[in-house]
Design a protein around this ligand. Structure first.
Ligand code: FES
Length: 293
């Protein structure tokens, strides 16, 4: 038997915002996001009503097929969304849904992930971005049983401070079938932990170099660029279905690869110069020039 918080039990027995949205006024839009499959277990359909000018979410309702934590997570999601703008909603993580509930049993964290996925699907639909532009679907396929890529595993590990493959299985099911991918998941986690250790060490060196007015070494520069891309630029681009990867750094020349919606976007030059280059100049070095390759 799972240990549920009082909040989970309350929202399971008295779910808020259950149902659909069918009525809207002029200047409002209704969008829907769906994840899972009723035939295979948990499924969630999320409905949002959005003010088309301010992009504020006016109403959120859900239809869920699943266990107590799936229903409570869906209910929590709708409560967290009303009043937020679409941009703010896109930054909502599964961890915030779980925190709203006072926590979920580790084995049930996938319910909070399902909420976040339905939200992203609804927003992609609202913005007319094809769902196959989702950054999590790019990258190398790691878990064939559940169709999970390394990009998706990296994201869930980073957002939830995950340290074991078993936790990854609990959150997004990867590794929970034939188990042949568990070693690869362990490798990804080890890589991320190593990156975090290096990033902390380099950040300390960068602070000291700046205090001493010393130029950054190449390693310090690359590490700092990666950090700014990961923490600030990628999340901003993801809001419009875009993405960017660092390709190479030669002196002050930074070569990047634009991906997803950014790749074919007519405004990609503006994104490159005003979004990526300006931010890297501000955070890393004013001498940097960014080009797409
Ligand atoms: S390949 Fe991941 S569980 Fe089978």
């Amino acid at each position: 038997m799972w240990e549920y918080t009082d909040k989970v039990m309350d929202l399971f027995h008295n779910p808020r915002n259950q149902g659909t949205i069918t009525e809207k006024e002029e200047g409002q839009a209704i969008t829907t996001g769906e994840v899972g499959s009723i035939a295979c277990g948990d499924a969630l359909r999320l409905h949002l009503k959005v003010d088309e000018v301010s992009e504020i979410i006016l109403d959120a309702k859900f239809q869920t097929f699943g266990c107590a934590s799936a229903i409570a997570s869906s209910s929590a999601l709708t409560e967290l969304l009303v009043g937020k703008t679409i941009d703010e909603a896109l930054n909502l993580t599964n961890k915030e849904i779980a925190d709203f509930l006072g926590g979920l049993p580790e084995e049930k964290m996938h319910c909070s992930v399902m909420g976040q996925e339905a939200l992203e699907a609804a927003i992609f639909n609202y913005r007319g971005i094809p769902l196959d532009n989702h950054e999590d679907d790019e990258g190398t396929l790691i878990c064939r049983c559940f169709g999970v890529t390394d990009t998706r595993i990296r994201r869930i590990v980073l957002e939830n401070d995950i340290t074991t493959a078993e936790q990854v299985t609990n959150y997004i099911k990867a590794g929970g079938g034939c188990t042949t991918c568990l070693a690869d998941i362990d490798d990804i986690i080890a890589e991320i932990l190593q990156e975090k250790t290096t990033a902390v060490a380099v950040a300390t060196e960068v602070v000291k170099a700046k205090e001493d007015n010393q130029p950054l070494t190449t390693l310090q520069k690359i590490t700092l660029i990666q950090q700014v891309l990961q923490e600030e630029i990628k999340p901003a681009l993801a809001q419009d279905g875009g993405d960017v990867d660092l390709h190479d750094v030669e002196g002050d020349l930074v070569k990047v690869i634009l991906k997803g919606a950014c790749d074919s976007c007519p405004s990609s030059t503006a994104t490159l110069k005003m979004g990526i280059e300006a931010r890297l100049r501000e955070r890393v070095s004013p001498e940097l020039t960014v080009i797409a390759v």
